[in-house]
Ligand binder design. Structure first.
Ligand code: FES
Length: 313
């Protein structure tokens, strides 16, 4: 389902841990969120970025995010750090359950760098319910590791590794400390996630995905039609042209960010037709259900897709 959008106001903006901006936005109708959920921030027209929540789950009205400055990034973090200010109006959408926490007898939670954002909210949620977990929080140096006080409040359930002070640290030693039945949630650099994949079976491992699968964009795909609502106008999606571009050219109100099928921002309700899902978001069952489509990468197996994006006027 396409997430609802809200007009919010920036109510807090502070720098923490050197290069992380802690930003809160508020609106009376912002719903509560759950650990692992994401939201879209429309920072300026056409500049939408997705961030994990890092405030208090279950509390409506205020959404808080931590954004690390990426000097070589694509503009989102620079905008948050240098232009966004208290009092600014921002459009937000969500929450989206991109990284949901499943029931398990115990958990290993692994956070690398700013990946601590969703992992910390999971740990605090589990702690509040008396669940058994071990949180491993790894960073290059403690000066650049946000939320160390919140992590410390978790007591012996949390282990902080400052790599500059702990050169002999290895992931296998940590994985061995948890039972085979523990679910493992990890968010961090690709190298860390790859190492975990070699240590933990796929059936137990849940990771945040920040990169599209190889080859997703290599097959541009043939042409098909897209219809804007059951009785709406029809447009042709030419071979090699992203469906998202056709939707935007027609004036549809659809937000986007990664254009790689990984962030979920462009999620669009599918009313009819069979999509050729090329995203890295939906599970096989969700793809088979054909209830939504990510038009930045996905195409069509049927001649026409009918999307729930009525055109105005
Ligand atoms: S824009 Fe990110 S999934 Fe489509």
């Amino acid at each position: 389902m396409t997430p609802r959008r809200y007009d919010a106001v920036v109510t807090a903006h502070e720098k923490i841990a050197g290069d992380v901006a802690l930003v809160s936005v508020a609106a009376p109708d912002l719903p509560a969120w759950q650990p692992g959920d994401h939201a879209d921030l429309e920072l300026s027209p056409g500049l939408v970025r997705q961030y994990s929540f890092c405030g208090t789950p279950g509390v409506p009205g205020v959404w808080t995010f931590a954004v690390r400055l990426r000097p070589g990034g694509t503009g989102g973090s620079q905008h948050v750090h240098t232009r966004l200010a208290v009092g600014d109006q921002v459009r937000v959408a969500g929450p989206k359950a991109m990284f949901p926490l499943a029931d398990a007898p115990s958990y290993l939670l692994v956070a690398g760098g700013i990946g601590v954002t969703p992992i910390l909210t999971m740990a605090e949620h589990l702690a509040s319910r008396g669940k058994t977990f071990l949180l491993l929080y790894v960073g290059s140096t403690s000066a650049r590791m946000p939320f160390l006080e919140r992590v410390a409040a978790l007591g012996e359930s949390a282990l902080v590794v400052d790599r500059s002070q702990t050169p002999g640290f290895t992931l296998p030693a940590i994985v061995e400390r948890v039972p085979d039945t523990a679910l493992v949630y990890a968010c961090g650099p690709a190298r860390m996630l790859d190492e975990l994949r070699g240590l933990v079976g796929a059936e137990r491992l849940r990771t945040e995905s920040f990169a599209s699968s190889p080859g997703v964009l290599s097959d541009a795909g043939g042409s098909f039609e897209v219809q804007f609502g059951i009785d709406g106008p029809v447009r042709q999606v030419p071979a090699g042209t992203p469906m998202l571009d056709v939707l935007l050219d027609a004036g549809a109100d659809v937000m986007w960010s990664c254009r790689e099928g990984t962030c979920g921002t462009c999620e669009t309700t599918l009313l009819k037709g069979e999509a050729d899902h090329r995203d890295d978001i939906l599970t096989p069952d969700e793809k088979a259900a054909q209830n939504c489509v990510f038009p930045c990468v996905s195409r069509a197996l049927s001649e026409r897709l009918v999307v729930d994006l009525p055109l105005e006027g």
